[in-house]
Design a protein around this ligand. Structure first.
Ligand code: KG4
Ligand code: ZN
Length: 360
């Protein structure tokens, strides 16, 4: 089965082709430099960029693989959660392709696609505990199969990636700053007393990162010498001189530890709650973080679980994960009508497939 995947939920426009679980090709255009000027994603600009770039990426991918729309067994599209205007560009494009070629339409939950993405690189073992840590979400799931996700915990305010990006913004790091915090954090030992691990002294599986953000804001207010005067470019971070670099690295390492250890504690708690699972899957942009990867390795080793971490290019938004999730859904006989709705962030993505007989 050959599935085209389309991703336009935030600020990456991406398309990819997957055939029977194998990636045939992909094209991706990031808008990160455009939004960096504003220090965050501007929804209206994001939608316009998707509209401008998506047809060209699609054409390039089809030309490179020598395929036509008629050769596809399905068009999978990220249908939410995300920025509504951006999602509508991808969803409308997918509907147009399906209408013209008679191919099946498959709406994909962007969050599930992140967690299923490592299936492109190795075997997914179910049941699994899933931790999704991205710019917009921090969710834990019990995953029974590619179509059965039970939400266990979620953030009540900021997502883990948002905590990274807002901390980076307070320090005037380049946007999006998570990666720069990670790089500097590797150069120092954390001071585990500097920042609190937020929202852990309770029995819940939910997260809250806003308290940590406040702690960083207070620390930065007490130490204004840590902050770049204007928004730094990556070179300015690379060129940071000795003593100032060491002080910033210590702050980054301490912050990174507070986030990673909070995730570790909540994942341990979730594992206790759900009983036996076969693997721990960690996905989303923050799964690229060194400290988070190490913390999750500790959890998996401690519980004798297989740890499934996507390679770095599969962590952030991409088309391959949508095509792959679409392929898994198509195999399970799931598809959508042309009335497929795009679902903005904050709304639950419905399980509104038309179920046909599972396909080979
Ligand atoms: O999954 P993703 O690409 O987009 C969303 O769907 O949100 O995640 C983007 C997030 C951003 O907040 C970015 O700063 C963060 O992932 N991120 C990182 C790292 N690489 C990306 N955060 C910490 N350490 C990293 N190495
Ligand atoms: Zn994402």
């Amino acid at each position: 089965m050959r599935i085209l995947g389309i991703e336009t939920s935030c600020d990456e426009t991406a398309v990819a082709l997957v055939e029977d679980g194998r990636l045939l090709g992909e094209r991706l255009a990031t808008q990160v430099d455009t939004h960096a000027l504003f220090g965050g994603v501007v929804p209206e600009i994001a939608s316009r960029e998707h509209l401008r770039v998506l047809p060209r990426l699609y054409r390039q991918l089809m030309d490179a693989t020598g395929l036509r729309a008629e050769d596809l067994d399905g068009v999978a599209v990220a249908r939410g959660p995300g920025l509504l205007g951006s999602l509508l560009v991808g969803v409308s494009f997918a509907k147009g392709l399906c209408l013209a070629s008679g191919t099946d339409l498959i709406g994909v939950n962007h969050l599930w696609a992140h967690l299923l993405a490592p299936g492109l690189e190795g075997e997914l073992r179910f049941p699994a505990l899933g931790l999704l840590v991205s710019g917009g979400h921090t969710h834990t799931y019990l995953i029974q199969s590619p179509t059965e996700f039970e939400l266990l915990g979620r953030t009540l305010d900021d997502a883990a990636g948002e905590a990274f990006d807002k901390t980076a913004k307070m320090l005037n790091f380049p946007y999006p700053g998570g990666r720069f915090i990670d790089d500097l954090a590797r150069e120092a030992e954390p001071d585990t007393g500097l920042f609190p691990r937020p929202y852990i002294d309770n029995p819940t599986l939910d997260f809250s990162f806003s308290g940590l953000k406040t702690a960083v804001a207070n620390h930065v207010a007490d130490h204004p010498e840590l902050v770049f005067e204007t928004m730094a470019d990556p070179q300015a971070v690379a060129d940071l001189p000795g003593e100032r670099r060491a002080a910033l690295a210590r702050v980054c390492a301490s912050f990174n530890w507070a986030v990673a250890d909070t995730l570790r504690i909540k994942v341990e708690r979730a594992l206790k709650r759900v009983g036996a699972v076969r693997s721990l899957i960690v996905a989303g942009g923050v799964a690229a973080n060194t400290g988070v990867r190490e913390a999750m390795r500790t959890v998996a080793d401690g519980h004798g679980l297989a740890l499934t971490l996507p390679s770095l290019s599969l962590c952030t938004d991409n088309g391959a994960m949508i095509a792959h999730a679409g392929w898994l859904l198509a195999k399970a006989g799931c598809r959508h009508g042309l009335d497929l709705e795009a679902i903005p962030r904050g709304r639950i993505v419905p399980l509104d497939w038309e179920r046909a007989a599972p396909k080979g």
